[in-house]
Design a protein around this ligand. Sequence first.
Ligand SMILES: *Cc1c(COP(=O)(O)O)cnc(C)c1O
Length: 375
Amino acid sequence: MLTISWTEESGWAAPQIKPYGPLSLMPTASVLHYATECFEGMKAYRGVDGKVRLFRPERNAARFRRSAERIALPSFEEGEFLRCLERFVGYEAPKWLGKERGDDGVYKEKMVYLRPSMIATQAAIGVQKPKEALMFVVMVCFPDLARTKVQPTLGNGETNGVRQEEVTKSGNAMMTGRGMKLLASNADQIRAFPNGWGWAKVGANYGPTLLAQGEARRRGYEQVLWLFGQDNVISEAGGSNVFVLWDTPEGRRELITAPLDDGIILEGVTRDSVLRLVRSRVPGVDVVERTFSMDQVVKASEEGRLIEAFACGTAFFVCPIQEVHFRGKDVYWPLASTTGDGNEGKELSMKVKTWLGDIMYGREEHEWSVVIEEE
Ligand SMILES: *Cc1c(COP(=O)(O)O)cnc(C)c1O
């Protein structure tokens, strides 16, 4: 792991790379009482040309700094953070993203998840702006959920080499070829509210959501679809941003996602990338960031105007949504069709996934990719 400590008196100390292991904290450390913690989620990719890349890391750095500042953690130079991160990834990549060629001579695609975090370490029970903090980055290997081939139906036993139990346990829709099933939040469960801090990637936004997430899982849904307000405005799903492709009542085809201006949603790097790619590469679709509600989705469904929906974020990449359970009603997207080629309701999300994957794994040269020099 990479660790960098900070004190108000001396600022940031020299960064260190050391084996993954426990941190030593006083029981009175600020983070343990006042949720003075923020984090990031990003990935490093081994591409088809054997090079290691980060995807738009400057956006994670900027968001990391904004999140830290929101909860009185120390600020930092984004460029300096990126230099540390790139050194860390360059040093560790040969271990976790080994260079292997397939039978075709092409390097095997691999990825590893990076979790930059910052916590206030100061031992002081008083509620105050912390004077000591620790930034750290760990690497986490997890199965490549998003790139597993889409299967037409649930198999029994094996799915792409992943045991069925694990598929069920992880509850990840990408592995099974169906879309995600979401459970809409109840009116008494609000993830974030206007002018709050839903836009910051701070731990305080996640702990209070776990009860609803557990309930959703228990009832067979992958994620909670977070609604807000009397109109049941759609904000996001779990740790992912949400897009809906529909025809408007006036007959325009629209890709819609929640706007950033009221600060309710987390501004995903994937969200921004999807917006830019669809705006520049998909003619005939209006791409809009505008408030929209579950009530409108239900109406569109009744009028046959729903085309696709997907959730997107670094962890689960781009994942089609098949169903939303909304207070006694089920809204379906056409994913479950057994008559077509198995791609209905996924065309746009599959395109976007391919484009993003091509950039991440170096099949397409793109300014969003940052090649990391390995040591
Ligand atoms: C991290 C996160 C996202 C996705 O952001 P990416 O930068 O695309 O990974 C979306 N919503 C929430 C609540 C998140 O925490």
